[in-house]
Design a binder for this molecule. Sequence first.
Ligand SMILES: [Zn+2]
Length: 167
Amino acid sequence: MVLTNKKIYDAISEVAGEEAIAIVDFLKNRKNISEFIIAEKTKFDMQKTRNLLYKLNHHNIASYIRKKDRKKGWYISYWTFNRKRVNELIDKLKREKLDRLKDQLEREESNKDNFFICSKACARLDFDQATEFEFKCPECGSLLVQQENSKTIDNIRKRIRDIESAS
Ligand SMILES: [Zn+2]
């Protein structure tokens, strides 16, 4: 897989939020950068900076070493971006997305044309759930109507194909 900046940024915003991109952008071609320098360059306050760095660290895409500052006597962390780990993260996110879609597809296929929706669109239930509520919307009490779901199934299949064919 070719690791483009876009892929890196997408994966990072998915796990750590869009703000983390600024940090990764600054760390990208550097090594062992002090958390204070990172905060200064990205213009986030220390708490936010640390917060974002630990989120990246949680997903293995940034690592740090701690060193005691001789003058001040406290510990400072020095950060490095792990570009190679981004591929693993992207694979993991892709697998999770596929798993979710396949579960969803299975649920749609095993209840083919057997979903029930509220005419005011507050709920969508499968047959068992609809029976439980005597075919009335659990939110507003309107009568539920049967819904055919072949479009939903096609849609999920297409999303699965798109993810599987994306390289
Ligand atoms: Zn309703």
